[in-house]
Write a protein that binds this ligand. Structure first.
Ligand SMILES: C=C(O[C@@H]1C=C(C(=O)O)C=C[C@H]1O)C(=O)O
Length: 250
């Protein structure tokens, strides 16, 4: 069996910060481009939904065929009606409880992304690059979704580390106590500080003479910290909570 530990799980979350911050930088290259999210922009034959939804549903269908969702770290945004994988099935280690497959908070991720995150880091305006904009939205959405649902692995590691603490709280469905038990405030503080620093390092303009042009970052580091603090960390904890509540006990 694959060896997940709290250290290795946290190391993965640290690595995933890079994807999220680069995703934010990539999306921030484009202005808001409201037609991407606007039902009335598209008159795609046989499709009812926004342009972003059109791109995401169709991309997920092809990625499902290519086996993306065989990996328990991946969760689709539109799981209904996805075609089966057409490639040989790689046997990923079964680390999670079987209840994990039913936990998908992507509806919340989707809504939070559109209503809260996007307006915080994207400039207003319209430059017509809707397909490119939607493509950057999708890769950022996937990075955020993977990070949040990685909470399943974190929760399983924590449960195995102290089952005697978790079991009674799961049995009594004590959400408040479970949330308290799985929370580590000092780790959260480090995450928020580190993503701020990474946003400064990754988002600076690199020039050959005299190093870095001061002042302007490609995505505002304080916004990156805020996104983590207000949305990404709390959603990761919600995944942990939901996973633990549905985990089978012996
Ligand atoms: C992911 C963990 O669980 C919680 C969530 C955190 C996060 O989303 O970054 C950090 C610390 C914990 O409060 C963890 O303990 O590493």
């Amino acid at each position: 069996e694959y060896n997940y530990t709290l250290d290795s799980a946290r190391a993965s979350l640290v690595r995933q910060e890079d994807s999220i911050i680069f995703g934010l930088i990539e999306r921030a290259r484009f202005p808001f481009n409201s037609p991407t999210y606007n039902q009335t922009y598209t008159s795609i034959p046989q499709f009812h939904g926004t342009f972003l939804e059109f791109l995401v549903r169709n991309t997920e269908a092809i990625q499902a065929k290519a086996g993306r969702y065989n990996n328990p770290e991946e969760n689709p945004f539109f799981p209904k009606d996805l075609p089966p994988s057409v490639v040989p099935h790689y046997h990923f280690p079964q680390f999670l409880d079987s209840a994990a497959a039913k936990i998908n908070l992507n509806e919340v991720v989707w809504k939070t992304y559109l209503d809260e995150l996007l307006p915080m880091f994207v400039a207003t305006g319209d430059d017509g690059n809707y397909a490119q904009t939607a493509a950057t939205d999708l890769s950022l959405l996937q990075a955020v979704s993977r990070r949040i649902h990685y909470g399943k692995f974190v929760a399983e590691v924590k449960f195995r580390g102290s089952p005697k603490d978790y079991e009674p709280l799961i049995r009594s469905k004590d959400r408040t106590a479970l949330m308290k038990l799985l929370t580590d405030v000092s780790v959260e503080k480090m995450v928020v500080k580190r993503v701020n620093k990474k946003a400064m390092v990754f988002g600076q303009e690199v020039s050959l003479d005299g190093g870095v042009k001061g002042g302007k970052y490609k995505v505002d580091p304080s916004v990156v910290s805020l996104l983590y603090q207000k949305w990404i960390i709390p959603l990761t904890k919600n995944v942990q909570l939901e996973y633990l509540l549905s985990r089978s006990l012996h």
